[in-house]
Design a protein around this ligand. Structure first.
Ligand code: PEP
Ligand code: MN
Length: 341
């Protein structure tokens, strides 16, 4: 972190700020130029509130020179992380996976949908047993019985399951049932007690970006999980809320290469929640594949008009078959060796 002081800063003001910083246990490096004075802060800058420093009379502005996320940062871990999701399925680096299944676990149809998505080439099964709904009167999910249905499907098809956890008090249930991947949904992207609690496990976490979350906030949420000891974090771009109303959210595909640049963690993209409409899911799944996502999460339902949640964005199993064929074609193009200039 550096503090750039106003041109008018007197020697006395500079030494006052220097001693304020040093009293907080940091070292300073003062460089006096003709037009400005810059104080470099060396040490644990989390002890300094940059806004407080910037509010001081003689301070022009404060700039961070290193990102506040460390464990998720590619600078400290240059190679891509590859995360083992169980059942022989790994994600990250050149390992690309498709997570598919219904929005909610509803009952017996889960296994039918699961068989179809597996046959189409999905490698992980999704389904929500605990549903974060805007209305408390909307369907809230089957709870533990839904987890059991997922576990049965996982055992029959030898596929890892991905399912959302909303409450830190449920972590033990998810561990007891050996859930392969716990999803943290967009609405819980900054639920810090939940992030910390799942951070105490070793279970892979699919961490979704908050609907108004910046890329840095997503990385700091990952940092919460990793700082508790769980490095198995998969980031997920699922669209953000903007002024656009023609789609459910705005799919920020910029986030895919930006996250790859900043972090070593795998990045999954979710074109279902990002667009909200079946007709847009395939084109945006292909776009996300083309821009380098390590995986996709896609909602599939065998009877979308009767789905208990998110029917409007579900692909039918037949549509998913076609989409998977095109995803494979895009992957073939993307995975070719770069053209030598
Ligand atoms: C979901 O995956 O069904 C879900 C609720 O997603 P999000 O948290 O991205 O809205
Ligand atoms: Mn959904």
């Amino acid at each position: 972190m550096i503090a750039i002081l106003k041109q008018s800063a007197s020697d006395e003001a500079v030494s006052h700020i220097v001693s304020w910083i040093e009293k907080k246990g940091l070292k300073t490096d003062v460089s006096r130029g003709e037009n400005e004075t810059i104080i470099g802060l060396v040490g644990d800058t989390t002890k300094i509130d940059p806004f407080l420093l910037e509010s001081m009379d003689v301070v022009e502005r404060v700039q961070r020179v290193s990102e506040p996320f460390k464990r998720a940062n590619r600078k400290f871990h240059p190679e891509d992380s590859v995360i083992d999701c169980g059942h022989g399925v790994k994600i990250g680096g050149d390992q690309f996976q498709v997570i598919a299944g219904p929005c909610s676990v509803e009952g017996e149809n889960l296994i039918r949908i699961a068989r179809r998505v597996k046959a189409a080439g999905a490698t992980m099964l999704r389904g929500g047993a605990y549903k974060p709904r805007t209305s408390p009167y909307a369907y809230q999910g089957m709870g533990p019985a839904g987890l059991d249905l997922l576990c049965e499907a996982s055992a029959e098809l030898d596929m890892p399951i991905v399912t959302e956890i909303m409450d830190p008090r449920d972590v033990q249930v998810f561990l007891d049932k050996k859930i392969d991947v716990m999803q943290i949904g967009a609405r819980n992207a900054q639920n810090f007690p939940l992030l910390k609690e799942v951070g105490k496990t070793k279970t892979p976490i699919l961490l979704k970006r908050g609907m108004s979350g910046t890329i840095d906030e997503l990385l700091m949420a990952a940092e919460y999980i990793m700082s508790e000891g769980n490095d198995n974090v998969i980031l997920c771009e699922r669209g953000i809320r903007t002024f656009e109303t023609r789609t459910r959210n705005t799919f920020d595909l910029n986030a895919v290469p930006v996250l790859h640049h900043l972090s070593h963690l795998p990045v999954v993209a979710d074109p279902s929640h990002a667009t909200g409409y079946t007709r847009y899911v395939e084109p945006m799944a292909l776009a996300a594949t083309a821009c380098g996502a390590n995986g996709l999460e896609i909602e599939v339902h065998d009877d979308p008009s009767h789905a208990w949640s998110d029917g409007a964005q579900a692909l039918t199993p037949d549509q998913f078959d076609d989409t998977m064929r095109r995803i494979r074609a895009i992957r073939e193009v993307v995975c070719q060796e770069p053209v030598q200039e």
